[in-house]
Ligand binder design. Structure first.
Ligand code: GLA
Length: 417
């Protein structure tokens, strides 16, 4: 349910007892059709921004205070820019991590008040954290006229996630949120950051997200461990193939010859990533050819790889994928995102969505004792000023803002990574 501008302004004014009118930014969550745990291995991903988003309403202050309010928790948090500290598992990390990165980049700005709301379910694997980071960054960029490009924002938000939230994530979530385009998936090369927009023509099928409503505790620590295991595999391969920089450059043959004799678990992790990169390339071809059934089969294969080789699935996710696979009107299903809970992504014949849902809800409850939540995701535009108004020349307010910014980018070369 999209938020309306007046409601957001009223929320901001009530939270901070002010008549100031804030600027508002919307930054969406994401789905990923295929290409999981490939981003931090210099591989490929196929994400898209969705109709669920984080919204921030932001206004400048004259002092160095950052004053935050999160509607979801009805909670305030106030801190000075000179003493930004992270708090374990706290929502403020996603906002303060951005302020921290801007300061570390030598960018000068004052305090601000920020009202945070949104409708991305937290912990569902739809990247609510990246959405908050990107919304904050985009808003501060507009507020203080920083002139950042979207590519710079991707890197800053990723570093904020690494340093303030403690997850060594790849670029996929930020990229999808910032670069999403209505009706399209992004075929992103996470090494070069070159991307194509591929039209997502689902011809009578829908993207149905099924939320397990579980998030197992080890998700962040296991995520970082997987990343280290991939890096270890690459280091071993490099001893014989110095040109190799990441799993992107590695073949199954190299893994079998070099990594398997050293460590069977690391061999399995790396095998999954190498196979997943290949699957994504093939899946893009399926999508361009309109062969959704072939794409769906690859989603099942991805799930199998994540379950048995990468070992980031869990009982609840496996149950949902196994259950949906039995339905004739489901052509593909898999766990999505980092793993250990969150959502599965399913391609379901539109006509049958309503009849399938009660069945899977009952089955899930009977098997796990938990309630299932479902969302039909539509593919929308990425981060922008909200609402994205269009003037008489057909140029959106967001585009105008970016045209102004392009002129002011030259002094920030140091931000490029
Ligand atoms: C999380 C991370 C992403 C990506 C996925 C797995 O969403 O934030 O960078 O690694 O997991 O594909």
């Amino acid at each position: 349910m999209p938020f309306c501008e007046d409601e957001l302004i009223a929320g901001f004014q009530a939270a901070f007892h002010t008549a100031d009118v804030p600027i508002i930014v919307r930054s969406p969550g994401r789905v990923n059709i295929i290409g999981e745990h490939t981003d931090y291995n210099d591989g490929f991903v196929l994400p898209a921004a969705i109709d669920r988003a984080a919204y921030v309403a932001v206004h400048k202050r004259d002092d160095r205070i950052v004053s935050l309010y999160a509607a979801a928790f009805d909670e305030y948090h106030e801190v000075s820019l000179s003493e930004l500290v992270k708090q374990e598992d706290h929502w403020s990390n996603y906002v303060l991590g951005i302020a921290d990165q801007l300061m570390k980049s030598g960018i000068d700005f004052s305090g601000f008040t920020l009202y945070l709301t949104g409708d991305i379910p937290i912990g569902a694997g739809l990247s609510s954290s990246a959405a908050v980071e990107c919304a904050t960054l985009f808003a501060l960029d507009a507020l203080f006229d920083l002139g950042l490009t979207r590519a710079e924002m991707v890197h800053l938000a990723q570093r904020a996630e690494h340093e303030f939230a403690g997850v060594k994530c790849g670029v996929m979530d930020m990229f999808a949120s910032l670069f999403g385009k209505k009706g399209h998936v992004l075929n992103l090369d996470c090494r070069s950051l070159l991307y194509d927009y591929v039209p997502l023509d689902l011809a009578g099928y829908k993207i149905l997200l099924l939320n397990t409503n579980v998030r197992h505790k080890l998700s962040s620590s296991e995520y970082n461990t997987r990343r280290e295991q991939c890096e270890q595999g690459v280091m071993w391969v490099r001893e014989q193939h110095p040109e190799v920089r990441a799993l992107r450059d590695v073949t199954l043959e190299m893994l079998e010859r070099i990594v398997l004799p050293k460590d069977e678990i690391i061999h399995r992790r790396c095998t999954y990533v190498v196979e997943e990169n290949k699957r994504l390339t093939d899946a893009c071809r399926d999508l361009k050819n309109g062969d959704l059934k072939a794409l769906g089969q690859k989603m099942y294969q991805t799930h199998e790889g994540l379950r048995t080789l990468y070992e980031v699935s869990c009982r609840e996710l496996d149950f949902l994928v196994d259950h949906m696979r039995q339905e004739a009107s489901v052509i593909g299903a898999r766990m999505m995102g980092g793993g250990f809970g969150g959502c599965t992504i399913n391609l379901v014949r539109e006509h049958d969505v309503q009849s399938i849902l009660p069945k899977v809800e009952d089955a899930y409850r009977a098997a796990t004792g938990l309630e299932l939540t479902s969302y039909l995701a539509s593919i929308e535009d990425g981060t922008g000023l909200y609402p994205a108004t269009t003037d008489t020349d057909g140029i959106t307010a967001l585009r105008q803002h970016e045209i102004r910014k392009t002129a002011a980018t030259s002094h920030r070369q140091h931000l490029h990574t």
